[in-house]
Design a protein around this ligand. Structure first.
Ligand SMILES: Nc1ncnc2c1ncn2[C@@H]1O[C@H](COP(=O)(O)OP(=O)(O)OP(=O)(O)O)[C@@H](O)[C@H]1O
Ligand SMILES: CCCC(=O)O
Length: 357
């Protein structure tokens, strides 16, 4: 009998669910959450019942119960910086995530949702390659203020999975290549994978890198500080300006790039300039990611939901094609990568790591 594995990936604009038998995909579902739906919740943690209901509806629709699974795997959230791997969900992890101790992000719900269903079903719950996988070089951490140190927070699960899949497709070990991986989703992270390690990457949650459907990205720090002071904004409001209510949401009131493209096609000039500006900002981040490897980039990989857009990837290629060949691998491999991480542990190929906080 194959292991039945349920995978749960709460993203900033969606909840993706997958059913696997061992590592074979049986079924996946992508439930989109509009900016309007999410606006009803003041914190990410408040979204828990809403997202759980969506998952339960999915299970009921498939005649599945929590007890049917060998493991439930959630996307790993904002935790203490960690080495890559599969981690068993434990109380310390849940406590850090529920209290947003290392920051707030939709993926914090991954372990919380997985744990709830795993406890109902009496099976183990895991996370794999959380967003805090940290392989930055010492110089990549330094900013112009000693008290402000850069952090590695990115779409680690998808960036690693896509980079390894691509390396395999060209018969090269992942750790023999210099790759730039641009994950283009609700948030955007651009990582420089130098011989298998993500030695630099923008922390999209913290006002670094290009703006995205929901992230503000890099902005003039002085003007931003002035806004925070003059409007007397609290911590939660500042976090929301940076991640959740930034980018396309702030400019155009939608987190859906397809909708923006429809508006552009219909002659909306405001949508056109914002859309072009986002592509321009992504291209500049990709070019910057060539620096850690002195421009010796083997390939640039464009991935994430936005990479489905042919007009956007074509424009990006115009900007960055001079650096290295561009490969488009749209969507993400995250559900599959979660199932594979759990399977390695279930079969004893790898030991689950323990989160120690
Ligand atoms: N065919 C398409 N053309 C253009 N944009 C698309 C297409 N399909 C999806 N998108 C856009 O991709 C974005 C969502 O990407 P994705 O599903 O990777 O994000 P997420 O998982 O919700 O968030 P994150 O990747 O930050 O965790 C949305 O803006 C959506 O409109
Ligand atoms: C995964 C953290 C980056 C983001 O969602 O913007």
């Amino acid at each position: 009998m194959p292991y039945k594995i349920l995978t749960i990936n709460p993203g900033s604009t969606s909840t993706k669910i997958g059913l696997y038998h061992d590592t074979e995909e049986i079924l996946t579902q992508n439930i989109s959450h509009s900016a309007e739906d999410l606006a009803a919740f003041s914190t990410i943690t408040d979204q828990f019942p809403y997202r759980l209901e969506k998952i339960n509806a999915f299970l009921a629709g498939q005649n599945l119960k929590a007890g049917d699974f060998a493991a439930i795997v959630g996307r790993g959230g904002l935790l203490k910086p960690l080495v890559s791997g599969t981690y068993k969900i434990n109380d310390m992890m849940l406590d850090d995530l529920k209290h947003n101790r290392y920051g707030a992000h939709a993926c914090n719900l991954g372990a919380i949702l997985a744990d709830m269903i795993a406890k109902q079903g009496g099976c183990p719950g895991y996370i794999v390659d959380p967003v805090v996988v940290d392989e930055l070089t010492p110089i990549a951490r330094v900013t112009g203020r000693p008290e402000i140190v850069r952090k590695s927070i990115f779409h680690a699960l998808n960036q690693k999975a896509v980079a390894k899949r691509f390396a395999k497709s060209i018969n090269r070990p992942y750790n023999s290549l210099n790759l730039i991986v641009a994950h283009l989703g609700g948030g955007i992270s651009v990582g420089c994978h130098a011989l298998g390690e993500v030695v630099d990457v923008n922390n999209a949650l913290d006002g670094e890198g290009p703006f995205s459907p929901e992230r503000a990205g890099t902005m003039p720090a002085g003007q931003f500080a002035e806004k925070v002071i003059s409007e007397n904004l609290d911590h939660n409001s500042v976090a929301k300006l940076l991640a959740g209510k930034g980018g396309l949401v702030a400019h155009l009131g939608t987190n859906d790039v397809r909708e923006v493209e429809r508006r552009v096609a219909a002659g909306d000039d405001r949508a056109a300039i914002v859309y072009q500006a986002m592509i321009y900002a992504i291209a500049k981040s990709i070019a910057a990611a060539a620096v850690p490897v002195c421009g010796k980039v083997d390939h640039i990989i464009l991935t994430g939901g936005i990479a489905y857009s042919e007009q956007l990837t074509a424009k990006l290629k115009d900007y960055i094609g001079f650096i290295a060949p561009v490969v488009v691998l749209p969507g993400e491999n995250e559900l599959q990568a979660l199932a594979e991480g759990a399977y390695r542990v279930l079969t004893g190929e790898e030991a689950a790591k323990e989160y120690k906080g």
